[in-house]
Design a protein around this ligand. Structure first.
Ligand SMILES: [Fe+2]
Length: 260
């Protein structure tokens, strides 16, 4: 598997930040060299299968209700990578997907460092429950909560759903999804947060695998090359402690439902 992946080439400035694999379609995207796609697809299919089996064994209650999302291959050295601010991996952030709203469910990702020599260097910070009371308020949570109740906000979502049903490729987001997309960008652009927040450093050695709820744990990647990742979307209702989900925390802070 490693041989197929180390040969895969990806343009460092490409629109695609990583090489993606969609398990449901058995298809890869983001490769420069189309000739590599066959080999990479087989390797990523195998990784996706192993990662889902591993996660399912250790988290059977979550596996019963999760939605299998994409897998990805991070082929480019992260240290010194030249990306626009909002795509930078070396700035602390929580994850949100522009094209795949989760409506309050959670993003669980399994990562594996397949580099035979080099560690992957991660930075994390205090989790969402500690981050949100200060930063989510400063980021404008109230504005997003109010917009969801306004006549204009309801009309806009109604039209989006109608057009979506008619086949127009629009994304219907809950207020929670809209806020999380904004919060991802806001954290990356917030120099005070980036500079002053508590930081925990991890060196993930060659061959290691780690699981993270990447919407709960602010994270950044400082260095490393050749990592694989599989995402699942875990139903909030199935969580051991749904009150700790970011959506629950934000709904308590906003005093209203944000995920309808
Ligand atoms: Fe991330």
């Amino acid at each position: 598997m490693r041989t197929a992946l180390t040969g895969a080439t990806q343009d460092a400035r490409s629109f695609h930040k990583n090489i993606a694999y969609k398990p449901a379609l058995d298809r890869v995207s983001g490769l420069v060299d189309r000739a590599e796609a066959g080999k990479v697809r087989i390797a990523m299919r195998e990784y996706s299968r192993c990662a889902l089996s591993f996660m399912g064994r250790i988290l059977p209650e979550y596996a019963r209700a999760w939605k299998v999302d994409y897998a990805s291959f991070r082929s480019i050295e992260e240290r010194g990578r030249d990306l626009p601010l909002l795509k930078r991996n070396d700035l602390l952030h929580v994850d949100a997907f522009p094209t795949r709203p989760v409506f309050g469910d959670m993003i669980l990702r399994c990562f594996t460092n397949v580099n035979p020599e080099q560690s992957r260097e991660w930075l994390t910070s205090d989790p969402f429950g500690e981050l949100a009371p200060r930063e989510a308020i400063r980021a404008g949570l109230a504005r997003y909560a109010e917009a969801s109740d306004s006549a204009v906000g309801k009309l806009r979502r109604g039209m989006t759903r109608t057009l979506q049903r008619a086949g127009v490729p629009l994304v219907d987001r809950s207020p929670y999804d809209a806020f999380m997309l904004h919060f991802h960008d806001w954290l990356k652009g917030n120099r005070e947060y980036q500079g002053n927040c508590t930081k925990y450093r991890f060196d993930l050695p060659p061959g290691s695998t780690w699981l993270v709820f990447t919407d709960v744990v602010p994270h950044a990647v400082l260095g490393g090359r050749l990592a694989l990742e599989q995402t699942v979307i875990v139903s909030r209702a199935s969580l051991a402690n749904p009150a700790n989900a970011p959506a629950s925390i934000l709904e308590r802070l906003a005093g209203r439902t944000l995920t309808a």
